[in-house]
Structures are given as structure tokens and as C-alpha cells.
Design a protein around this ligand. Structure first.
Ligand SMILES: O=C[C@H](O)COP(=O)(O)O
Length: 260
């Protein structure tokens, strides 16, 4: 049995500020006292420096706790005339360890195709970042029983371009679109079924990768539904949107992951 450390990653989306970061770190200092789960903050890029400074100045008080920083997006290009974009190298220089790739909001609202997502996945790894690759089906796709087909397509394009071994340094987040920001999370059984599908698909090519990759669930996770979802054998924590903006709720989710 692989030992996969649970992860709770907070995706602030276009919310939050330095004050939220400070509030979180105050609570981390008293409540996060062990490394049985990894906690990742993904603030808007403009606040990465604030979070980096807090990580630095709280090194002592975070003793033993694993708190890390991630970005919400990156450019697939290394540098150049791409106004408004941020490269993997810049994120690495800013202290990021992770970067969210292919979030459904970016696929849907910013025209990120699976090909672009695969390029971003490669760019992240090229610059020493670990991609958190989001996949998930829409409501109509689930109703049409196309969940596995959609997930397989989204995964396969990244595998084709980067190879299965690239998943040795990656995290996957299953985020059904119908559960993101809707207050209607997947049931623990629905999450488990898709997580097992993803793990098996990777295991077909590399049992090692399949066994060791962490697969997070995202979509309306709250302290009241997290324990049952995180307890599923193939769920390794959560990618949290709304509840990551409330420091008490986020800390509760970290505690739940620590005891999952
Ligand atoms: O990246 C996070 C997800 O989109 C989940 O968002 P949510 O927890 O607000 O549903």
C-alpha cells in the first residue's frame, strides 16, 4: 500500500488579500502542528509575495507543519510578448512549489484547450513546479454517462504529450464542474468511483505512478462533508475553493485531512 500524504490546497481564485494570508498563518501557528498532511495556499499572483514572506517569517512557528505555496495558472511560454502572462520560471522565483493547471474556469472562460493544458503541464515541470492538473465532467456529460470518457480524454492528452512518467511529479484534482461553487458536492461514492478510475488508468501504464499519485477532490468541499470524502481510499485530500477563504473552515479541513 502506497503512503500518500493527504493534501489540502486552497484555491482562492480571484478573492482574498494579504489580511487573509496573515489570518491563516496566525491560525496555522497554533493549530497545524504536524506533517501528516500538506497544506498549499494558491492566492492570486499579486499576493504570492505576501504569502512567501509569511512562510519565511513563520518558519519557526510552523515547526513540523508542511505549508507550501502554489499559483493558479501559468503561461505555456517561457518568456516574450505575452502581456499579462506569468511564466513558470517567474512563479518558481516567487517561491511557488505548485501550480494549478487546467482548472475548469480557465478551460471554460479563457479558452484553454486540452492541448494548451498539456503544454502548461510541461512548462510547469520544466521550471521545477509540480502541476495540480484539474479534470472533471460537466453536469450534462454526467447525465449522459460520459464521465469516464471525458476524464480519460482530458488525461490522455496530457499523457500523450508528456508521457505517463511525468505524473511522477504531479497531482491530479478531480473537480466535477457541476460541483464547483454550487454547494452540491459529489457524494463520497461518486468521488471514489472517479478517483479509482483515474488511478487505474495511470496504473495500466505504470503501477508505480498509479499507486503513488495523489488525487484530490474539488467541488463544494466543506467541513461538514470533507471527512466522508477524504476517507475514501482513492481520495488524497481536496482542492478547496469557497471554504479556503474562511480561515476557520480551512483550518478544519486541514485537521480533517490530517486525521483521514
Ligand atoms: O479549485 C477549487 C474548486 O474549483 C472548488 O471550488 P469550491 O470549493 O468553491 O466549489
Amino acid at each position: 500500500m502506497a503512503l500518500r500524504r493527504p493534501m489540502v490546497a486552497g484555491n482562492w481564485k480571484m478573492n482574498g488579500n494579504s489580511a487573509l494570508a496573515q489570518e491563516l498563518f496566525k491560525k496555522f501557528a497554533s493549530k497545524l502542528q504536524n506533517d501528516s498532511a500538506e497544506v498549499v495556499l494558491c492566492p492570486p499572483s499579486i499576493y504570492l509575495e505576501s504569502v512567501r514572506q509569511l512562510l519565511e517569517s513563520n518558519k519557526q512557528t510552523l515547526d513540523g507543519a508542511l505549508v507550501r505555496m502554489g499559483a493558479q495558472n501559468l503561461s505555456q511560454h517561457d518568456f516574450g510578448a505575452y502581456t499579462g502572462e506569468i511564466s513558470g520560471q517567474m512563479l518558481k522565483d516567487s517561491g511557488c512549489r505548485y501550480v494549478i493547471i487546467g482548472h475548469s474556469e480557465r478551460r471554460r472562460m479563457y479558452g484553454e484547450t486540452s492541448n494548451i493544458v498539456a503544454e502548461k503541464f510541461a512548462a510547469a515541470q520544466k521550471h521545477g513546479l509540480t502541476p495540480i492538473l484539474c479534470v472533471g465532467e460537466s453536469g450534462p456529460a454526467r447525465e449522459a454517462r460520459r464521465t469516464f470518457e471525458v476524464i480519460a480524454e482530458e488525461l490522455d492528452i496530457v499523457i500523450e504529450k508528456n508521457g505517463t512518467m511525468a505524473f511522477d511529479n504531479a497531482i491530479i484534482a478531480y473537480e466535477p464542474l457541476w460541483a464547483v461553487g454550487t454547494g452540491k458536492s459529489a457524494t463520497p461514492e461518486q468521488a471514489q468511483e472517479v478517483h479509482a478510475f483515474i488511478r487505474n488508468r495511470l496504473s495500466e501504464v505504470s503501477p508505480f505512478i498509479g499507486e503513488n499519485i495523489r488525487i484530490l477532490y474539488g467541488g463544494s468541499v466543506t467541513p461538514s462533508n470533507a471527512a466522508d470524502i477524504f476517507a475514501q481510499p482513492d481520495v488524497d485530500g481536496g482542492l478547496i475553493g469557497g471554504a479556503s477563504l474562511n480561515s476557520s473552515e480551512f483550518l478544519s479541513l486541514c485537521s480533517i485531512a490530517m486525521s483521514a
